[in-house]
Structures are given as C-alpha cells and as structure tokens.
Write a protein that binds this ligand. Structure first.
Ligand SMILES: O=C(O)CCC(=O)C(=O)O
Length: 450
C-alpha cells in the first residue's frame, strides 16, 4: 500500500532518496492506459491518517497501481545546505535576531538568508528552493510547528517557491485527479469548446491551445504579438468555487469516462482550499502576526483549480523557434499557488542571476509559490517569482510526450481589501502600495492574458 502523501521514494530529511525509483501514479495511469478510473484548525482532516482521509470511492484498487519496475529513474535532490561553522553561527544569530525583532523592525526579503540546515529541492544560480516537511507543521510539536512556519516563510521571502513533502493531499487522490484530468482532455475538441472560458470575472472553463498567453506583459497588443510569435503549447480547464451564485462552472456531461468528474473536482478543490488556509496559517505564524491572522481573508475559497495539459509536441518546434515555450514566463497573481506536476519536467524558475533553473519534479511533493498579491500585501518582503514551462529536460526523440500538471491558484476572498501587512513597514512612507480589492486585482491581471 502506497503511503497516502507519497513519502515513498521521497528524499529523506538528509536529502537521500528512500526508494530507488519513482514516478507519480498519475503519470503511470496515463502511460499504462489506465482509464478507470477546513480552515485548518487542529482538528482538520490533515490530522487524520491517510486511510481515514479517503472515502472508499477515492481509494484506488490494486489493479490501478503499477509496480516499481514500470517507473523511471530517481531524481537527485540537493543535500542539505551546508555552511561553514562560523558562517552558520553568523547566519543563526542573524536569524534569531530577525525573529526577535519587533514587527516594524523586520528585514526586507533581500536581507533574509535562506533557511538553515534544510534540504534543498533546487539549489542553483543563487536560487535555493527548500524542501520542507509539511507534516511537521500540521502534526508536529509546537516547536516543530513554529520552526516549519519559519522555514515556509523564509522560503517565500528568499526564493518565492518551496516544495512541501508529506503534504495533506493523499497520493491516491492526486493520482485519481490526474487521471480524471487526462479523461477530460481526451474529449473531442468540439465538446471541450462548448465549455469555453468566457470572461476574466468568471474565470471558468476550457481554453484551447494557443488561447491564453501567460506573460508578464500587461499591454493587450504586446501580449497578442507574443502570442502570435510563440503561442503557449497548452490547453487548460479552470474551475472556481462551485457555490458561487454569480458564476457557474461549465461542467462536462456526467456520462462515460466523465461520470463523477464534478464530484471529484469539488473534492479536490476543497482539499486544496484547506491546504491554502493551512499554509496561510504558517505564513501568519512565521510573520509574527499569529496563525489566525489570515483566517478571515481566506475562508471563502475564491480560488481557481486549473487542469493543464501540454500535448505531445515535435521536438523541432522548439528548435525552429527559439522563443517557443510550453507556457510563457510569468508570475502568478494571487496569494499562493499549489502546483502538482507529473514526472516529465519542464517547469523552470527564474534565479536571482536571471537564469531559468529547472524546478525538477520530486515525487510526493507539491510546489508552492507566492503570487503577486501576496508579494504586494507583504510590501515585497515575500517574492512572487517568475516561472515558465519549457521543453522537457530529456531532449531525446522526435516528439516529446505530453505533460500534465494541476495548479490551484489561491486568492484572498474577492471581497477583501488588501492593505500592506503590519510588520512589513516602519512608517507610512515605507508602504510601497495602495490598498486594493482582491477580486478587482485578479480580474485586472487576467484580462491581459486572454
Ligand atoms: O504547468 C506548470 O508546471 C506551471 C503552470 C503555471 O505556471 C500556470 O499555469 O500558471
């Protein structure tokens, strides 16, 4: 039986893989042509055992699991960051000093050191993305919880990205959701187009390949030019909160392979919503604001669940057009994004030196990155880092296989007014941004990319 949150095959806290080979069940399901398919208080589902978290319909049968002989080679994970003892003690003093500072004395992100003694999921070109054991926040002792909250915050302050292992979405549920995603994209194009994405305000529905161009550009004409030169090679399907009275999700019909799709997506949405709330508790704790600080900002669930499919593509496409990518470079818009990727690779994060660095998939982890609104909210003490999806790192063959990912874009409740967080400025003059309404901010950002 696979561990619910996929710790099998994960790097240990020493950075060593605990299993020789791995590949997410989700991608195995497609390759094996398997087609069957709360605000986190201390009593949230994350505290239950993995089997308790799954309903019987969510557990996969043994025939849906694949053996380790069918999986691809392990990925290496950087060992824990090593620093010399004098430097360590200097950094430790700085870190203690930082945590002891009054809120108005806190340092800006450029002054914050990466977390100490922590395995790094990525360490290259000055970009250190920590690999954090999330279970120590959810189930740990009070001191483990506080230390993990600090690591989460520091990861966002330094890299803008973290990897969480032992997270609260069980591996079986994730594999099932990936399989349902493949079922969705398998539909004929005409059926998908009937569910088409309509407006930024609704932000729900299907976007066919080439429709959306994710970019940092804000001017519509510039975005059009870029889209024409190098369209994103992806299709996506977005779902919002299903209880929204104003905007309905355009669900596919409940027949054939898509029977139960809506219920499965709603279940996954709710699990991710809880995780967003829990990560915001960690940020609140890390920032010295208290872990309940963000509760009333994130309780509604004005988030977007996005299924992504990057279809198989001829390798030549990237050679002929050097600007070609699977998804253009961009930062995300909201508070945080939970990103679940298959084992293909291709996600890259921009380093402080300006180079894009591979954010290699690690089984059983979720990549979490801070978005622009959280950066703005934190007076830029948290970073929203640019990322993109390019051709896979294994460049053999004339055609690259498809890639699937699932992004859960989290936002503060759309009704919330976002004012610079206490503790991130010493005087009014240090506030970099005006207050802004969360929902309007998102609509403004989305409008540019479609
Ligand atoms: O597919 C991925 O890995 C990244 C997706 C992404 O960055 C996005 O949709 O904004």
């Amino acid at each position: 039986m696979r561990k619910a949150s996929g710790s099998e095959g994960l790097p240990t806290t020493d950075g060593l893989p605990s299993h020789p080979v791995w590949m997410p069940l989700a991608s195995l399901a497609w390759e094996g042509k398997v087609r069957q398919r709360g605000v986190g208080s201390s009593s949230t589902p994350q505290h239950r055992s993995s089997s308790q978290r799954l309903s019987s319909s969510q557990r996969l049968s043994s025939s849906q699991r694949l053996s380790s002989s069918q999986v691809s080679p392990p990925l290496s994970v950087s060992p824990p960051l090593s620093v010399s003892p004098p430097l360590r003690s200097l950094l430790l003093s700085a870190s203690l000093l930082l945590s002891g500072l009054s809120s108005s004395q806190r340092l800006s992100s450029s002054q914050v050191s990466p977390p100490l003694s922590m395995a790094a999921a990525v360490s290259k070109e000055g970009l250190v993305i920590p690999l954090i054991d999330y279970a120590k926040f959810v189930d740990g002792t009070p001191s483990e919880r506080a230390a993990t909250a600090d690591s989460i915050l520091k990861g966002f302050q330094t890299a803008g990205f973290i990897y969480l292992k032992n997270h609260s979405i069980p591996a079986d549920v994730l594999a099932h959701t990936f399989a349902r995603s493949a079922d969705f994209f398998d539909q004929p194009l005409d059926d998908k187009l009937k569910l088409g994405w309509t407006t930024a305000a609704a932000n729900r529905g299907y976007s066919s390949p080439g429709r959306e161009k994710v970019t940092q550009l804000k001017d519509g004409k510039d975005v059009d030019n870029l889209r024409n030169a190098a369209p994103d090679l992806k299709e996506s399907y977005e779902m919002g909160r299903d209880s929204n009275a104003q905007f309905a999700n355009p669900w596919p019909g409940e027949e054939g392979k898509l029977k139960g799709f809506r219920a499965d997506m709603k279940d996954f949405f709710d699990r991710c919503k809880s995780m967003h709330q829990e990560v915001m508790r960690a940020i609140g704790l890390g920032m010295g604001l208290g872990e309940d600080f963000f509760n009333t900002f994130v309780d509604v669930g004005d988030n977007t669940l996005r299924l992504l499919h990057y279809p198989a593509v001829k390798a030549d496409v990237f050679r002929i057009n050097p600007g070609q990518v699977r998804a253009g470079e961009h930062s995300d818009y909201g508070s945080i994004t939970l990103l679940f990727q298959d084992s293909r690779g291709g996600l890259q994060v921009k380093s402080p030196t300006g180079h894009f660095v591979d954010a290699t998939p690690i089984e059983g982890t979720v990549v979490v990155n801070a978005g622009d609104l959280l950066a703005r909210w934190s007076n830029d003490t948290i970073k929203s880092t640019v990322h993109r999806v390019v051709e896979p790192p294994q460049k053999e063959g004339v055609e690259y296989p498809p890639r699937y990912s699932i992004a859960y874009f989290c936002n503060p409740n759309f009704a919330c007014h976002i004012e610079t967080l206490p503790g991130t400025y010493a005087s009014e003059a240090e506030k970099k941004y005006e207050g802004i309404n969360s929902g309007q901010y998102l609509i403004q950002r989305l409008t540019a990319t479609y």
